[in-house]
Design a protein. Structure first.
Length: 275
């Protein structure tokens, strides 16, 4: 059986409850279509994704207004305007926005899944614990990806850590809050949204798992427009790796861990460069 066929059995069929080892060619378990949970169709998934994106923007806007009111009320008009322009690089503000998005976004996605009659939250969002060998194998792959990425960036004479993040990190007090936002909060929300909800709906359609991997990678890279083109390209490539891991293991808990691992290494790099 080919890799494509194996992964399609795991995630491409909305009625499949099978789990597959990272490098096995056969799924761990095969179920009949009648046994599987319901999944939103392609059109509904895209519409729900637009709603999630809209709520994301609303939460960011409310957080920005609240932060501005709380921190700039004693400033003059000129000082306030300068502070607003610098808000993009304010690490404390970005940390607050990240946690607000997590606290609002995850319950919203859970509610959308629950609205689908016959759906099962655990299977829908792939909240399945990966096997230890899967964790080890994919962790090695992601670390290798990071090393290769740094190597190619050095060949292109591009910074290994985005200037945007260096400015954000340097402006943040307390920095532990930014560490939690980058390493914990952001990966949880983004993986549940992209490799969880969106991936499931796309993979259950004719797009199959490989189409879902490509599209979710594009969407994920699209929310990182604060970076330069080469950094966005790296994020897209990492999305392909995470999407493949999601397809091969049927576990967003694994992709959360891999996402956390990547962000941990990136944050350590930032701290070392600033020192």
């Amino acid at each position: 059986m080919s890799l494509e066929e194996s992964a399609s059995r795991c995630v491409g069929n909305p009625r499949s409850l099978s789990r597959m080892d990272s490098f096995d060619s056969e799924p761990q378990r095969t179920a009949t279509e009648e046994e599987g949970p319901a999944v939103w169709g392609l059109g509904a998934t895209l519409l729900w994704t637009l709603l999630i994106a809209f709520v994301f923007l609303v939460v960011q806007t409310i957080a920005a207004v609240a932060y501005a009111v709380g921190t700039m009320h004693d400033l003059s008009r000129v000082e306030a305007e300068a502070a607003l322009r610098a808000l993009t690089f304010d690490g404390l503000f970005l940390s607050i926005c990240t946690f607000a998005t997590l606290l609002v976004g995850v319950p919203l996605i859970v509610g959308i899944v629950k609205l689908k009659r016959g759906s099962k939250l655990k299977e829908y969002l792939a909240l399945v614990a990966p096997r230890p060998r899967q964790v080890l194998a994919w962790s090695i792959i992601v670390v290798a990806f990071g090393v290769l990425t740094d190597f190619f960036l050095s060949l292109l004479r591009q910074p290994q850590v985005p200037e945007f993040m260096l400015r954000v990190y340097g402006s943040t007090h307390p920095r532990w809050l930014l560490w939690l936002a980058i390493i914990i909060a952001a990966p949880i929300f983004e993986e549940i949204a992209f490799r969880g909800f969106v991936f499931k709906g796309l993979a259950a359609s004719r797009l199959r798992w490989y189409g879902a991997t490509i599209i979710t990678s594009v969407l994920w890279a699209g929310i990182h427009l604060q970076y330069d083109w080469y950094e966005i390209s790296v994020i897209f490539a990492l999305g392909l790796v995470l999407g493949t891991a999601r397809a091969m293991t049927n576990s967003t808990l694994l992709t959360m861990w891999l996402h956390c691992l990547v962000n941990l290494f990136a944050t350590i790099q930032m701290a070392m460069l600033l020192k």
